[in-house]
Design a protein around this ligand. Structure first.
Ligand code: SAM
Ligand code: DTB
Ligand code: SF4
Length: 324
């Protein structure tokens, strides 16, 4: 199939479920083939996360340790000072990250908060790093301001399928998320949008979530696939662990339906074996969060990841962005 035929925006849930149900070796073969058509299979993009405002979030996302609705024992922190953020970005750059992602536990930013985040974006860009922020819902004009400040990516996840959404979050609607994605896209920012596996959703839900992403007017340039981190105190603390092969299948299907997107093996790597991660890379994952912390939970430390990359012959990817 030609490269243009591979990029589709007309997937049905049934077609995507069929991909999930392929024999494992066939699924991985197809995903790896698509991966090689658009990317160097030995390259993985590395981004480091920093929580710039932690906890006390008014939203009730059942997976999230930062929601004020659940008692997770998390220490609440106000918006960090500019210099603290710049120092962390310098450390991340020195450790080998090319993108710095700043996350805030907000439903949506106030304009005066946005002013401060814009200063952070400006200073981190001066270090020669790509920038990404995730601040909750955005108005069109707020997205425009971030674009003008030179922001590279905005992360805003749909998290799960449209059908399962109300099971997970009651304080906003799936359509609210889509509206923010539209505002971000219209502003000309690169979109980072994905979801979570392991919240009790069905294979149909996973397929439906990927259908929504693939049928957006433009494929998100970056697609984080998070394995649920089961945090004590959240409603999902006792959720069943995702089977490794189910995670690999989800990555493979994401790669097939979003051929030109960076597919990020995101939260949950601390609980994955090196072998599972290797299968995820084989299935088309080509970016990770790097550094010992995600936002509030653990991630493999840099030493471990450097060893893993060495064992697998993986090279950090230079700055890249694609759109389809
Ligand atoms: N408050 C903003 C928002 O929700 O858009 C930005 C930060 S929020 C923490 C970013 C994303 O992190 C969520 O959309 C979700 O996909 C992911 N996330 C949060 N808690 C998680 C967990 N326990 N396990 C896996 N992913 C998680
Ligand atoms: C995304 O999809 N995953 C990252 C990033 N985007 C912001 C966040 C994962 C958070 C995991 C739970 C925590 O550390 O608080
Ligand atoms: Fe708040 Fe974002 Fe966590 Fe939801 S995912 S509770 S919006 S920080």
């Amino acid at each position: 199939m030609s490269n243009t035929e591979l990029i589709r925006h007309d997937w049905t849930v049934d077609q995507i479920v069929e991909l999930f149900n392929l024999p494992f070796s066939e699924l991985i073969y197809r995903a790896a083939t698509v991966h090689r058509q658009f990317f160097e299979p030995d390259q993985v993009q590395v981004s480091t996360l920093l929580s710039i405002k932690t906890g006390a979030c008014p939203e009730d996302c059942k997976y999230c340790p930062q929601s004020a609705h659940y008692k997770t024992g998390l220490e609440v922190e106000r918006l960090l000072e500019l210099q603290t953020v710049v120092d962390k970005a310098k450390q991340a750059k020195a450790a080998g990250a090319t993108r710095f992602c700043m996350g805030a536990a907000w439903r949506q930013p106030r304009d005066k908060d946005l002013d401060r985040v814009i200063d952070m974006v400006t200073e981190v860009r001066k270090l020669g790093m790509e920038t990404c922020v995730t601040l909750g819902m955005l108005e069109a004009q707020q997205a425009q301001r971030l674009k003008e400040a030179g922001l590279d990516y905005y992360n805003h996840n749909i998290d799960t399928s449209e059908e399962y959404y109300s099971e997970v979050i009651s304080t906003r609607k799936f359509d609210d998320r889509l509206q923010t994605l539209e505002n971000v896209r219209q502003a000309g920012l690169n979109v980072c949008c994905g979801g979570i596996v392991g919240m009790g959703e069905s294979v149909d839900d996973r397929a439906s979530m990927l259908k929504t992403l693939a049928n957006l007017p433009t494929h998100p340039q970056s697609v984080p696939i998070n394995q649920l981190v089961r945090v004590a105190g959240t409603p999902y603390e006792d959720e069943k662990e995702v089977e490794a092969l189910d995670m690999v299948r989800t990555i493979a299907v994401a790669r097939i339906v979003l051929p030109k997107s960076m597919v990020r093996l995101s939260a949950g790597r601390s609980e994955m074996s090196d072998e599972t991660q290797a299968l995820c890379f084989l299935a088309g994952a080509n970016s990770v969060f790097y550094g010992e912390r995600l936002l509030t939970t653990d991630n493999p430390d840099e030493h471990h990841d450097q060893q893993l990359f060495k064992k697998l012959g993986v090279k950090p990817m230079p700055a890249h962005s694609g759109a389809a």
